[in-house]
Design a binder for this molecule. Structure first.
Ligand code: ATP
Length: 414
């Protein structure tokens, strides 16, 4: 495609079936402005492509991209995965690459570096960028458009009607599960370290999270944010033998992982990476009551009612019987966020809740979080690489990488 390099930036909202649109482009069925891509072979760089790759490695017990490290892509942090996957895409020597929200999961420095890298790349390869937000379109891409929901035709961006930020008036549904116990110290880490073989990931972390606090956890890619969260949720055996107090109880004093999970609502963009079952949207929301991913027990009528009320909040009741797997990634993430908070747990953990959301859904999730902060006693920890102007965490904990693993510091104390 060298002689006719063309770059396109396309704004795509969560209501467009992005999977189908991408398939449409890659299978050379574009009409109109994007028709030029029909003559060429492209590859996809996206969260979905990465998730499928991880699934493939898992299924075949192989390691393809990260052979030098001898561990599967799944064990790398979100930002690391993206960098490694880009190398993999380039190695295939495609005519063009579809970059679906390329800046997601990246810290500020990595965003700047990727912007430079893509600019250089644009001299040798065509780029089709998809972005949920107009502000994230690459500055050097001159052709810009938005894609229509039904025909996938691209129209000029200046003809676009700006999306309206919906103010959600409906009150959020009340809680069904009542947690009678209150906890003073939800999390207390004392001098916690985590190593993988000879590499130290975090070192001597002492961090305390108390009742009703609203925390943001920050740090560059690979600094250990998700690792810390996995120590809390009971998903990391590295917690064993360390001085960790969770819900006022010393870890290792007889509590089961399920005791802990019962009190936590958890969302991560990786939650459904290997999830292949045909569960409906409603079942997925309901599973939040049972701390499972997907529904394996019969819910009560009241629980079903509650799930529908929550689907109303995210305006997805009409999709309740659709298969979760068929939703767009943005819709799946909204469903999983609601799944995390349906039981209104004492502790809510949101690992990158804004990734993959368009401007309207970002506003909705911000409003959901703010409403919980104002109207409940839930303690919240969220991870985000970007500053959400509408959120005002009362505390910020920062991981700072050093040669011997990340150290932690309190950046903002409420
Ligand atoms: N099983 C493992 N073996 C070796 N290293 C691992 C393993 N799991 C995680 N790591 C490494 O631990 C480091 C911290 O990962 P983690 O996912 O906690 O980072 P993060 O701060 O959440 O990053 P990001 O912002 O990119 O999501 C990464 O360098 C990752 O590669």
């Amino acid at each position: 495609m060298n002689q006719s390099l063309i770059h396109y930036g396309i704004v795509i909202s969560n209501s467009v079936d992005k999977k189908a649109f991408i398939h449409h482009v890659l299978s050379k069925k574009c009409i109109g402005a994007l028709g030029i891509f029909n003559a060429y072979d492209g590859v996809l760089f996206s969260d979905l492509a990465i998730a499928e790759f991880i699934e493939k490695e898992h299924r075949h017990h192989t390691i393809e991209i990260t052979t030098s490290e001898n561990r599967p892509l799944r064990t790398f942090s979100s930002g690391e995965r993206r960098k490694l996957f880009l190398e993999y895409c380039l190695a295939q020597n495609p005519d063009y690459i579809i970059f679906d929200n390329p800046f997601d999961h990246l810290d500020q420095q990595s965003r700047i570096e990727l912007h430079h890298q893509l600019f250089k790349l644009s001299h040798s390869i065509s780029i089709l960028q998809l972005s949920h937000q107009k502000e994230n379109l690459l500055s050097f891409i001159k052709h810009r458009g938005s894609v229509s929901e039904s025909s996938f035709v691209v129209s000029e961006i200046n003809k676009l009607i700006e999306p309206q930020i919906i103010k959600y008036k409906s009150d959020f549904p009340s809680s069904l599960v009542s947690f009678k116990e209150t906890y003073e110290t939800l999390i207390k880490f004392h001098q916690i370290s985590v190593n993988y073989e000879e590499q130290t990931i975090v070192k001597n972390i002492s961090w305390e999270v108390n009742h009703g606090e609203f925390w943001q956890l920050i740090g560059p890619n690979g600094s250990g944010k998700s690792t810390l969260l996995s120590l809390i949720t009971g998903d990391n055996p590295k917690a064993f033998g360390q001085d960790i107090t969770i819900f006022d109880r010393k870890k290792g004093s007889g509590e089961s992982v399920w005791d802990i999970k019962r009190k936590i609502g958890y969302f991560s963009t990786h939650l459904t990476e290997l999830f292949k079952r045909n569960h409906t949207v409603e079942q997925m929301v309901l599973s939040g009551f049972f701390d499972s991913i997907g529904l394996y027990v019969k819910p009560s009528g009241l629980q079903q009612q509650k799930a529908l009320q929550w689907l109303d909040v995210i305006e997805m009741r009409h999709l309740k019987s659709n298969y979760f797997n068929r939703l767009s990634l943005g819709q799946q993430r909204l469903v999983l966020i609601v799944r995390a908070l349906i039981k209104q747990p004492p502790l809510l953990i949101l690992d990158e809740p804004f990734e993959g959301l368009d401007i309207e859904n970002t506003a909705l999730v911000s409003q959901l979080i703010n409403s919980l902060v104002e109207n409940s006693e839930i303690t919240i920890i969220y991870v985000s690489h970007t500053v959400e102007k509408t959120l005002a965490p009362s505390h910020i904990y920062e991981l700072i990488p050093t040669q011997d693993g990340s150290i932690g510091q309190l950046k903002l104390e409420g």
